[in-house]
Write a new protein. Structure first.
Length: 153
Protein backbone atom coordinates (compact mmCIF):
# COMPACT_ATOMS: atom_id res chain seq x y z
CA UNK A 1 0.00 0.00 0.00
CA UNK A 2 1.42 3.39 -1.00
CA UNK A 3 1.90 6.04 1.71
CA UNK A 4 -0.27 9.12 1.48
CA UNK A 5 1.44 12.52 1.80
CA UNK A 6 -0.62 15.72 1.83
CA UNK A 7 0.30 18.03 -1.08
CA UNK A 8 1.77 20.67 1.27
CA UNK A 9 4.33 18.12 2.56
CA UNK A 10 5.61 17.22 -0.91
CA UNK A 11 8.47 19.38 -2.13
CA UNK A 12 8.11 20.62 -5.68
CA UNK A 13 10.98 19.78 -8.05
CA UNK A 14 13.83 22.26 -7.58
CA UNK A 15 12.50 23.60 -4.26
CA UNK A 16 13.88 23.17 -0.78
CA UNK A 17 12.18 20.71 1.56
CA UNK A 18 9.75 22.15 4.10
CA UNK A 19 11.48 23.90 7.04
CA UNK A 20 10.36 21.30 9.59
CA UNK A 21 12.07 18.58 7.60
CA UNK A 22 15.50 20.22 7.84
CA UNK A 23 17.77 18.98 10.63
CA UNK A 24 18.28 21.42 13.48
CA UNK A 25 21.70 23.05 13.68
CA UNK A 26 23.89 21.29 16.21
CA UNK A 27 25.05 23.30 19.19
CA UNK A 28 28.84 23.72 19.25
CA UNK A 29 28.70 22.79 22.95
CA UNK A 30 27.93 19.10 23.28
CA UNK A 31 25.42 18.49 26.08
CA UNK A 32 25.96 14.73 26.06
CA UNK A 33 29.73 14.88 26.48
CA UNK A 34 29.99 18.18 28.31
CA UNK A 35 32.97 20.42 27.84
CA UNK A 36 35.02 20.48 30.99
CA UNK A 37 38.04 21.86 32.76
CA UNK A 38 40.39 19.20 34.05
CA UNK A 39 42.93 19.05 36.84
CA UNK A 40 45.16 15.99 36.70
CA UNK A 41 47.49 14.50 39.28
CA UNK A 42 46.89 16.99 42.11
CA UNK A 43 48.94 15.63 45.02
CA UNK A 44 47.89 16.28 48.61
CA UNK A 45 49.47 15.08 51.85
CA UNK A 46 46.89 14.33 54.53
CA UNK A 47 45.76 12.04 57.31
CA UNK A 48 43.18 9.71 55.81
CA UNK A 49 42.01 6.23 56.72
CA UNK A 50 40.60 4.28 59.60
CA UNK A 51 43.60 2.06 60.46
CA UNK A 52 45.67 3.27 63.45
CA UNK A 53 48.73 3.91 61.31
CA UNK A 54 46.66 5.97 58.84
CA UNK A 55 45.47 8.23 61.65
CA UNK A 56 49.01 9.29 62.58
CA UNK A 57 51.07 8.98 59.37
CA UNK A 58 50.19 11.36 56.50
CA UNK A 59 49.56 9.79 53.11
CA UNK A 60 49.77 11.17 49.61
CA UNK A 61 46.50 11.39 47.74
CA UNK A 62 46.23 11.81 44.00
CA UNK A 63 43.21 13.75 42.80
CA UNK A 64 41.88 14.12 39.26
CA UNK A 65 38.95 16.41 38.49
CA UNK A 66 36.78 16.95 35.44
CA UNK A 67 34.62 20.02 36.02
CA UNK A 68 31.65 20.46 33.66
CA UNK A 69 31.43 23.99 32.29
CA UNK A 70 27.99 25.46 33.00
CA UNK A 71 28.63 28.89 31.48
CA UNK A 72 29.42 28.36 27.81
CA UNK A 73 29.85 32.14 27.38
CA UNK A 74 33.49 31.58 28.29
CA UNK A 75 34.20 30.15 24.83
CA UNK A 76 33.25 33.40 23.14
CA UNK A 77 33.88 36.06 25.78
CA UNK A 78 37.47 35.23 26.81
CA UNK A 79 36.57 36.70 30.23
CA UNK A 80 37.97 35.18 33.40
CA UNK A 81 34.69 36.04 35.15
CA UNK A 82 32.88 33.56 32.86
CA UNK A 83 35.05 30.60 33.85
CA UNK A 84 35.76 28.42 36.87
CA UNK A 85 39.13 29.35 38.34
CA UNK A 86 40.93 26.03 38.73
CA UNK A 87 43.52 27.55 41.06
CA UNK A 88 40.75 28.60 43.46
CA UNK A 89 39.26 25.11 43.23
CA UNK A 90 42.57 23.47 44.18
CA UNK A 91 43.17 25.93 47.02
CA UNK A 92 39.68 25.19 48.37
CA UNK A 93 40.33 21.44 48.20
CA UNK A 94 43.61 21.88 50.11
CA UNK A 95 41.72 23.89 52.77
CA UNK A 96 39.14 21.11 53.10
CA UNK A 97 41.76 18.39 53.47
CA UNK A 98 43.91 20.41 55.90
CA UNK A 99 41.04 20.91 58.34
CA UNK A 100 39.37 17.50 58.28
CA UNK A 101 40.28 13.88 58.89
CA UNK A 102 38.44 11.47 56.61
CA UNK A 103 38.16 7.77 57.31
CA UNK A 104 37.25 6.99 53.70
CA UNK A 105 38.45 8.22 50.33
CA UNK A 106 34.82 7.90 49.18
CA UNK A 107 33.68 10.53 51.69
CA UNK A 108 36.46 12.90 50.67
CA UNK A 109 35.55 12.53 46.99
CA UNK A 110 31.90 13.30 47.78
CA UNK A 111 32.81 16.45 49.75
CA UNK A 112 35.05 17.66 46.93
CA UNK A 113 32.23 17.09 44.43
CA UNK A 114 29.80 19.12 46.56
CA UNK A 115 32.26 22.00 46.89
CA UNK A 116 32.88 22.14 43.14
CA UNK A 117 29.15 22.09 42.37
CA UNK A 118 27.90 24.34 45.16
CA UNK A 119 30.71 26.86 45.60
CA UNK A 120 31.98 27.11 42.04
CA UNK A 121 28.76 26.61 40.07
CA UNK A 122 29.95 23.70 37.95
CA UNK A 123 27.37 21.83 35.88
CA UNK A 124 28.92 18.49 36.84
CA UNK A 125 32.08 17.06 38.30
CA UNK A 126 34.00 13.81 38.14
CA UNK A 127 36.35 13.26 41.07
CA UNK A 128 38.99 10.54 41.22
CA UNK A 129 40.68 10.23 44.60
CA UNK A 130 43.36 7.63 45.22
CA UNK A 131 45.90 6.68 47.85
CA UNK A 132 49.36 6.07 46.43
CA UNK A 133 51.30 2.92 47.28
CA UNK A 134 48.91 1.84 50.03
CA UNK A 135 48.87 -1.81 48.91
CA UNK A 136 51.93 -3.85 48.06
CA UNK A 137 52.54 -4.04 44.29
CA UNK A 138 49.72 -1.59 43.61
CA UNK A 139 50.19 1.95 42.37
CA UNK A 140 46.78 3.43 43.22
CA UNK A 141 43.73 2.48 45.25
CA UNK A 142 40.79 4.82 45.18
CA UNK A 143 37.38 5.83 43.97
CA UNK A 144 35.92 7.74 41.03
CA UNK A 145 32.54 9.47 41.28
CA UNK A 146 30.43 11.59 38.94
CA UNK A 147 27.95 14.12 40.29
CA UNK A 148 25.59 16.76 38.94
CA UNK A 149 23.40 19.24 40.83
CA UNK A 150 20.51 16.79 40.56
CA UNK A 151 22.52 13.90 42.03
CA UNK A 152 23.61 15.79 45.16
CA UNK A 153 20.54 17.97 45.67
Amino acid sequence: MAAFYPPEKIAKPGSAPPRAALPQAASPYNAVHMDHIFVRDLRIETLIGFHKREQIVPQTLRLDLEIGIANTDVFESDKVTDCIDYEKVTVRIRELVAGTHFNLVETLAERIARIVLDEFGAASVKVSAAKLGILRNTGLVGVEIFRTHQSVG
